[in-house]
Design a protein around this ligand. Structure first.
Ligand code: SF4
Length: 188
């Protein structure tokens, strides 16, 4: 079986993707998410990702949390909407690190859970992933996991496990957007 490094950013999105990929690959879960803010939220998502690895009997790797580098790289894109330019930079930071680690540790291929989210553009994720793979000499598995009811299925699986489900994408800017939305709803 080929060895795969699978980028994961939380527990609830991933069960379906992990279940599918395990059939064809020897999967290692890889947590590199310097975008997540605040640190307490990072720890919470990390704990759920670890729990999935344990439940699925898969190896787990955590990369160092370096939010300052992420903030520097996304400077100027603070006011972009979700699915905009900031997200593309964010995917690139995370998938480039995944590709680099995959190449250095001798994995045959790397992939990401990201495209399962209805809020994320799989075309952009696949373009960014393929380019990161080319730069580091390791293959990226292109996918659109939300297809064929993927998101619904993974949500059902996650709910049955009882995973914590976040209500914003992850970065400080998406958190602000969520807070603004909630305030507007309350004041409507
Ligand atoms: S909204 Fe999500 S994908 Fe976009 S920059 Fe923030 S954390 Fe990254």
């Amino acid at each position: 079986m080929s060895r795969m490094l699978l980028h994961i950013c939380c527990g609830p999105c991933a069960p379906y993707v992990v279940e599918q990929l395990k059939k064809e690959y020897e999967v290692t879960l890889y947590f590199y998410n310097p975008n997540i803010h605040p640190y307490e939220e990072y720890e919470r998502r990390l704990a759920e990702a670890r729990r999935l690895a344990l439940d699925s009997d898969l190896p787990f790797m955590e990369e160092k949390y370096d939010p300052d580098n992420w903030l520097t790289a996304t400077k100027g894109f603070e006011n972009e909407p979700e699915k905009g330019k900031r997200c593309e930079v964010c995917f690139d930071i995370r998938l480039s690190k995944t590709a680099d680690t995959a190449a250095r540790k001798g994995f045959d291929v790397f992939a990401a859970v990201l495209s399962i989210s209805p809020h994320k553009d799989s075309v952009v994720i696949n373009r960014v992933g393929a380019s990161a793979g080319d730069n580091h000499g390791v293959k990226f598995l292109e996918a659109n996991w939300k297809k064929k009811e993927g998101f619904k299925i993974t949500t059902r699986m996650a709910d049955s496990i009882g995973f914590y489900r976040q209500n914003y994408c992850g970065c400080v800017f998406s958190l602000r957007t969520r807070n603004k939305r909630e305030t507007e709803k309350r004041n409507a």
